[in-house]
Write a protein that binds this ligand. Sequence first.
Ligand SMILES: Cc1cc2nc3c(=O)[nH]c(=O)nc-3n(C[C@H](O)[C@H](O)[C@H](O)COP(=O)(O)OP(=O)(O)OC[C@H]3O[C@@H](n4cnc5c(N)ncnc54)[C@H](O)[C@@H]3O)c2cc1C
Length: 802
Amino acid sequence: MFLLITIAVCWALAYFRVRLRIWTAVLAAVILLWTIGGHAGHTIVFLAWLSFMAAAVILNVTDLRCRFISRHLYSLFKRLLPSLSRTEREALEAGTVWWDGELFSGRPDWERLLGMPAARLSTEEEAFLAGPVEDLCRMLDDWRIVTELHDLPAEAWRFIREKGFFGLIIPKEYGGMGFSALAHSQVIVKIASRSFAAAVTVMVPNSLGPAELLLRYGTREQRDYYLPRLARGEEVPCFALTGPDAGSDAAAIPDTGVVCRGVFAGEEIVGILLNWEKRYITLAPVATVIGLAFRLLDPEHLLGPVDEPGITLALVPASTPGISVGSRHSPLGIPFQNGPITGRDVFIPVDWIIGGRERAGQGWIMLMEGLAAGRSISLPALSTGEGKLVARAAGAFAGVRRQFRLPIGRFEGVGEALAEIAGSVYLLDAARTMTCGAVDLGERPAVISAIVKYQSTEHLRRIINRGMDVLGGSGISLGPRNLLGLIHYSSPIGITVEGANILTRSMIIFGQGVIRCHPYILKEMQAVANPDTETGLAEFDRLLAGHFRFALANGARALFLGLTCGLLAKAPGGTARRYFQMTAHLAAAFALAVDITLLSLGGSLKRRESISGRMADILGNLYLMSALLKTFEERQQPHDELPLLKLGCAECLRGISDGFYGLTRNLPLRPAAWLLRILAFPLGLPSGVPDDRLVQSAARILMEPSAVRDRLTDGIYLPAELHEPLGRLEDALAKVIAAEPVERKLRDAVKDGRLMAGTDMTVLDAGLQAGIITGAEAEMLVASWEARREATRVDDFPSLAM
Ligand SMILES: Cc1cc2nc3c(=O)[nH]c(=O)nc-3n(C[C@H](O)[C@H](O)[C@H](O)COP(=O)(O)OP(=O)(O)OC[C@H]3O[C@@H](n4cnc5c(N)ncnc54)[C@H](O)[C@@H]3O)c2cc1C
């Protein structure tokens, strides 16, 4: 009994993160009670006091603690810490920490999340979406763009430039649209649901590129000159970082700019002699101005005392002598403009460095800061737009297409595929809007941007695969009628750009997250790196005490929530309360796992990408689940969205569970893995398997016109015209559903023998003659058959020279 009380007291002290002195006082009182109570033998009491006194003295006397504990850990930490290059350090330090910090704390503050205002569009932004964006979508015929024009139509290019699509993020004072991140994202969502090539064309100038860099870092002259020109579409920008030898390892670019004297526009000036070879550059073949990343060298010290200032960014007009541009890559046949650019002995003034000569050598940090915002918006919007189109099209198709005398969506197997699509789209939309909201409030969430980029492009890959399964041959036979084939083609592009996904998952998300978002690691690294060893050690010692209490608290909290299935976690009330509680438990488990993983792997974390990838999965899914919950609450817990919320959460829980399972099986320090398993999941891992009824009710959402179906796919381009494939499918769906009662009458009549079985047409005729259905009903049924046949037809070609 006494032992149990002692354990309970220790657990409570850990849970409430009390200070060391309180630990000491309370434990002394407990042992005193033990001694007075006479429950233990003299030897045990003596040993208990001896070990308590030794530990209490060493831990409470700073000098002793430093000498016997902190100094050793300090040396170990110093040895284990991976050496960070300047570019790695800059990448790690870029951007801000937001909800990711809460998840790392193990105790996410739901009030903070729910208190964050919901992102909203202004009237002007809504008008732009309903006007120019709709008009642009109407101009785009993706099949023609891909197979005939190999480019956007000239009128679409003109429209994009003239209507301000290249200036969505440029403030109004420079003639841009000055849109919020949410509006920017909505524009991409709509265009992506119409044409991938057009979406990329609009996306790139508004993402990481000249406009973004000028706004953040440009000199007044650069901003005044370029921003109005970019906003008016007089300049087409591109941004060139990647080259043949520097893809994922972009900081390794070999392209150089040597500071030297030379003649420019007839005058001798100090300038930069550039030589570069870049590839995969979007918009390069048509660009008029190139944002260029290169390694700046200053051997004659014309700019300053440093020989190699490092990566630098400049804006170079494409017409500058020495630049060759114009040839194109073919990114999976999707014809957005993308190609190589080379520059041979291109001499430019130093003033062309973005931000002027003071920014020489600061290119990498500028890029990383820009990426933190841009990556939060573009690809998540692109993936969500395409995902919504898949949801709408696959759902309608499954309601229209019949096999075995039933709409295929009524078969459970197809229902599973539809439900997976529906849950994932709901989840993507929630993550997209919540992240845009954060960016609009001034966050540049570096780690979260990597999470949403990775998760949204991976989800889209699964969504389109499931969509293709549902459409069968109609998805496979390419042609103007095919709604999904080109999305299937293009899905690897999002996976590869803005940080390829394998790298993002296995290296960036957790690697950067643990340093930026953990409350102690970065500070400890800085203390260890302090050249004044004694000050560094004193700081390290102080941090270590806090870190230790933090880890103990997470262990105690994870165990408490694990034993109570999270039911006692503080969480907002309402329909989604259970999911808040589960997320609270899993966040505590994650925070504990972070310290256990660090303890287990030490400095080898950077090499153990599989473990880092699993931690990225857990963190990413915790973020997605938070976004789902926030969105559901913001919308006032709509009952009709409950199946989508549950499916989305199930998907996240599956990712989290798999992550923890893989982690505990693979942590090299086995006792640490067992400790994690016992503390965090004493009753087992949570299950992410949704029940079959839930799956089928989510599938039905996609197959029947309804408010919730419209909300799920809101923001995409929805043509009503019957010559449009989506318009035809929607029309057929409405007609098929309207004709269902008529069909049922005929079916019942056949079943009870009033009509003879036969072909659809003979049964209809017989039903009409027997007065089972009216003439109007017969017409309605025939119209639904015709619409179905038309909507499920596929293209054929006299020859395959497409
Ligand atoms: C269509 C398209 C448009 C693009 N647009 C632009 C643009 O406008 N401007 C620009 O500068 N760049 C652009 N890029 C470049 C893009 O950002 C790079 O392609 C990307 O960073 C990957 O480089 P890579 O293709 O050379 O792949 P590699 O670096 O060769 O990588 C190949 C694979 O290895 C993985 N990998 C590499 N290193 C690691 C590691 N340490 N751990 C785990 N996995 C790893 C990657 O994840 C990837 O899966 C574009 C690329 C494409 C395809």
